[in-house]
Write a protein that binds this ligand. Structure first.
Ligand code: PMP
Length: 400
């Protein structure tokens, strides 16, 4: 007999992700997966990372293998600061950011430092599933703000802020997960003005901004915050090397108001003490080596081709049964079943039928914190090659 353990009450607020349950089905041989939320392993610059790891061990074995500062490894903080400066971020020095164990930890630290049970938090509807779960674990009551093909709608967001006076607002403004949508320049400025006007903390989660296809996205809200009076004081920005270099390195970062950073560092001390020094030294060497621009050019090109192939095939094979906006970057196409011509209109039902046809994707429902739109679904074009994408979309058409 197994004894039942008296788990913390906070666990009642979360459940195992529906996506994980779906992943169990992916073991089926031959299945084409559009379900993952990760980059293609074939894209990893293994030689470059090997050289960087060797350089870290040769040049700084003490730092790479010893305990390190909670705030992060100095040379990596320098590299990240200069990378951000290259993308128009002004006034952020190495000391103004902390390295986190993936941007996932940055989000966790924001939750840990800011959210008390019962606090209201506004997120996009839909948004990144792990953030929903993480903020709920801290007791947040989530409120869902409407989005369209250009990201969150500022007027509706302002109404929600007035009504709920949230503790914070969490946005993925660039090639969002799951929508692939990008907030326009004009909306970014309006959203920053809302942060300053209502003195409300805004989180900009930005792991995908570098993964653009044809043209770069508008500058990050962090970059634009120097143009919108008072907004920098109410903005926290999370970045990551996961989608452009390697998620296994677990290197992310957090830039925010000084008081928040101090509390985040304190909480990180009690959590993992610091992000792996070996991973940080390897990442620092990699960024120093100058290989990043070529790596970025390569991943952008490959994902752009895959996205185009998937969108063309979806239009051709599914026609008016699925509506979607072509993403300008990132890893995802977000679609909505129209039900036209008597075709299936429920994402969960479609996902089941698709698995039977040998193709997997994630239905949209779990990405909503409230009022889920059951007709939605997320397709990732990142990990299948062009031929498999074509085949997978044909299978989707058969499942309609
Ligand atoms: N934010 C978003 C929107 C994501 O999609 C992901 C990864 N799926 C993360 C944060 C976390 O990424 P990491 O911890 O690997 O940096």
């Amino acid at each position: 007999m197994t004894a039942s353990l008296p788990f913390a009450s906070r666990l009642s607020k979360v459940e195992t992700s529906a996506i994980r349950e779906l992943f169990k089905l992916l073991g089926k041989p031959g299945i084409i997966s559009f379900a993952g939320g990760f980059p293609d392993a074939a894209m990893f610059d293994v030689d470059g990372i090997r050289e960087a790891a060797n350089a870290a061990l040769e040049q700084e074995p003490g730092a790479a293998l010893q305990y390190g500062a909670t705030e992060g490894y100095g040379p990596l903080r320098e590299q990240i600061a200069s990378m951000m400066a290259g993308k128009g971020v002004r006034g952020v020095q190495a000391n103004d950011l902390i390295v986190t164990t993936g941007s996932q930890q940055a989000l966790d630290l924001i939750g840990k430092t800011m959210i008390s049970p019962g606090d209201k938090v506004i997120v996009e509807g839909p948004t990144f599933l792990a953030t929903i779960q993480c903020f709920r674990l801290y007791g947040a009551e989530l409120i869902s703000a409407p989005v369209d093909g250009e990201g969150v709608q500022p007027d509706a967001l302002e109404d929600l802020i007035r009504e709920h006076q949230p503790k914070l607002v969490y946005l993925i403004p660039t090639f969002g997960n799951p929508t692939g949508a990008t907030l326009t320049l004009e909306r970014r400025k309006r959203v920053l003005a809302l942060a300053a006007k209502y003195q409300t903390l805004f989180v900009e989660d930005d792991p995908y901004g570098d993964l653009y296809f044809d043209a770069p996205p508008p500058p990050s809200m962090l970059a634009l915050s120097s143009e919108v009076d008072g907004s920098r004081d109410w903005l926290v920005h999370c970045g990551s090397l996961s989608k452009v270099l390697s998620p296994g390195l677990r290197v992310g970062w957090l830039v925010g108001p000084k008081s928040l950073m101090a509390n985040a560092v304190m909480c990180k001390q009690f959590s993992d003490a610091h992000t792996s020094t070996f991973a940080q030294a390897t990442a620092a060497q990699y960024l120093h080596s100058g290989r990043m621009p070529d790596t970025l050019a390569k991943v952008r090109k490959v994902y752009a081709e895959r996205a185009r192939t998937m969108c063309d095939a979806l239009e051709r094979e599914l026609g008016t049964a699925l509506s979607f906006v072509r993403p300008g970057g990132g890893l995802f196409v977000w679609g909505r079943l129209t039900g036209q011509g008597g075709k299936v209109a429920d994402g969960n039902e479609f996902a089941k039928r698709a698995i039977e046809q040998g193709v997997a994707f994630v239905p949209g429902t779990p990405f909503f914190a409230a009022d889920a739109d059951k007709a939605t679904l997320r397709l990732s074009f990142a990990t299948a090659d062009l031929q498999r994408i074509e085949e997978g979309v044909q299978k989707l058409a058969r499942a309609l």
